[in-house]
Write a protein that binds this ligand. Structure first.
Ligand code: NAP
Length: 483
């Protein structure tokens, strides 16, 4: 049975001004409506901004450790509802329960982390150039911020924007992606349960152009933090900077893993396979290019094909390795790229089809797909596919591997599998990516270190997570105090 959910504006759960709604379906069974949400428009978005602006002074004046206590209670409320949130995430977004549970735990940890941070928001005391003078810096909130988030990590990403924004004393309007709003809505319910004052967080569902647009343009919004595709993020950045809002857009990726001859090949296959096919390949940091030394190319291709063919695919609530795509259009997008790969002359080693048959017909299931004989200039080696499709490229040495790794418009995450530590160090030096890893998959992040991309993956203005999260959501004031 589906549930009807409202917007959350100024502490009340309300309908959209138009009364229009939209439904979200289970990607494992499109006949099942999971929930109904408000189809909001600009008047709803503007009302949410006004509520956030009205709540700003009092929230900013609340002592930071008191803000932290609310964040800690939010973490506890999320923890208490962990199973429910995990199931909501799987039934709306499709990832397996194990993957969804890990993501919900990440949201809990993020709220715990920034709750602690409120006791130490930073600020420095410097030596002044005269006697009887103090020179110091302090952190202040920006004001009201818009957060626009994607469907693929529908609670972790709202959490890693909300928690630092609130810790730093900002008020917020959150617009989640329309494909999977349920789990962030439940996060907002946890904030409410934790005693967050009315207006500090406002939550508005609806289409990107009708809600996201106004939240990006509104004159009272001081900053916009966006995560999503490079096409939309570029537009958001252009609009938001027109009146000099602070902006941060984290966007797409085309992440490589380089495999060198010294690597343990079983380990390399596991690293590439889990990076490529985990969360159905629907991660900004997913590995979509394996750049493999020619000496181990054939053996690697055989290994990764076995890996792909061993994965059990099905409804994420069952005991499976890989769930469905989130929507029919995402599935279509992946299948189109399979056709493009074939037309461009790559060899389809395994996969490439929509799964059919009793348990698959009503869902958006696709086979994990491996292409070999991929040239670095082919579209499947250049463009973000956002599905479980791996392009394997042969190279003849380390220098060529790095050149191929860097020869794309994106630069989010990159890894190398090697037993040669010097090669590992050199890779970190040379690769053009915001996250560089040695002997680790491209996906998976620690929450207390900066995260963000280079090149077309990011506006490269501020990083997210860790202290960098607080930096985006605050201004630094420098005080000169003569006494
Ligand atoms: P998307 O289509 O760009 O949407 C992202 C968000 O923007 C959604 O909430 C969307 O709303 C909203 N939006 C759409 N049009 C808008 C507009 N004109 N103005 C303002 N907001 C608008 O991305 P997605 O399909 O949800 O997510 C997948 C993409 O996100 C991939 O490219 C992936 O690589 C990227 N991603 C990046 C990171 C990172 O940290 N770098 C992390 C995760 C995902 P609707 O849902 O209502 O359309």
């Amino acid at each position: 049975m589906s549930t009807d959910y409202g917007n959350y504006i100024d502490g009340d759960w309300t309908e959209s001004a138009s009364g229009d709604t939209f439904t979200v379906h289970n990607p494992a069974n499109k006949n099942e409506i999971v929930a109904t949400y408000q189809q909001s428009a600009s008047d709803d978005a503007n009302r949410a901004v006004e509520a956030a602006v009205a709540a700003q002074d009092e929230w900013a004046a609340t002592p930071a450790p008191e803000r932290g206590r609310i964040l800690k209670r939010t973490a506890d409320a999320l923890d208490a509802r962990k199973d429910e949130l995990t199931e909501t995430l799987t039934t709306e977004e499709g990832k397996t329960l194990a993957e969804a549970g890990g993501e919900v735990q990440r949201a809990i940890d993020i709220f715990d982390y920034y709750a602690e941070k409120t006791r130490d928001l930073g600020g420095t005391m410097k030596a002044a150039s005269a006697a009887n003078k103090q020179l110091y810096t302090k952190r202040e909130p920006l004001g009201t911020v818009s957060l626009i988030t994607p469907w693929n990590y529908p609670i972790a990403i709202p959490a890693w924007k909300l928690a630092p924004a609130l810790a730093a004393g900002n008020t917020v309007v959150l617009k989640p992606a329309s494909a999977a709003p349920g789990v962030s809505l439940k996060l907002v319910k946890c904030l409410e349960e934790a005693g967050l004052p009315a207006g500090v967080v406002n939550y508005v569902t609806g289409s990107g152009s009708d809600v996201g647009g106004p939240l990006t343009e509104h004159g009272a919004v001081d900053a916009v933090s966006f995560t999503g595709s490079t096409a939309i993020g570029t537009m958001v950045a252009q609009t938001a900077t027109e009146d000099l809002k602070r902006v941060q857009c984290e966007m797409g990726g085309k992440n490589p893993t380089v495999v060198m001859p010294s690597a343990d090949l079983d380990e390399a296959v596991d690293i590439v396979g889990s990076g490529a096919f985990g969360v159905t390949g629907q991660a900004c940091t997913a590995c979509s290019r394996a750049i493999v030394h020619e000496d181990v190319y054939d053996e690697f291709v055989a290994g990764i094909v076995d890996y792909a063919e061993s994965l059990e695919i099905g409804d994420g609530t069952a005991d499976v390795d890989m769930g469905p795509h989130v929507t029919g259009s995402e599935l279509e997008g992946t299948l189109e790229y399979v056709d493009i790969g074939l037309e461009d002359g790559a060899t389809l080693e395994t996969g490439g089809d929509r799964l059919t048959g009793a348990e698959y017909d009503d869902g958006y299931f696709v086979e994990p797909t491996v292409f070999s004989d991929v040239r670095a200039d082919m579209r499947i080696a250049q463009e973000e596919v956002f599905g479980p499709v791996l392009a394997v490229i042969s190279v003849s040495d380390f220098e060529e591997a790095v050149a191929v790794a860097n020869d794309v418009e994106f630069g989010l995450s990159a890894s190398i599998v090697t037993d040669d530590l010097s090669e590992g160090h050199q890779f970190i030096e040379d690769v053009e990516a915001g996250v560089a890893k040695v002997n680790e998959k491209t996906t998976g992040l620690e929450l207390h270190v900066p995260f963000g991309g280079y090149k077309g993956s990011s506006t490269n203005t501020y990083r997210e997570q860790g202290d960098a999260g607080l930096d985006f959501f605050s201004s630094i004031k420098t005080a000169y105090l003569n006494y």
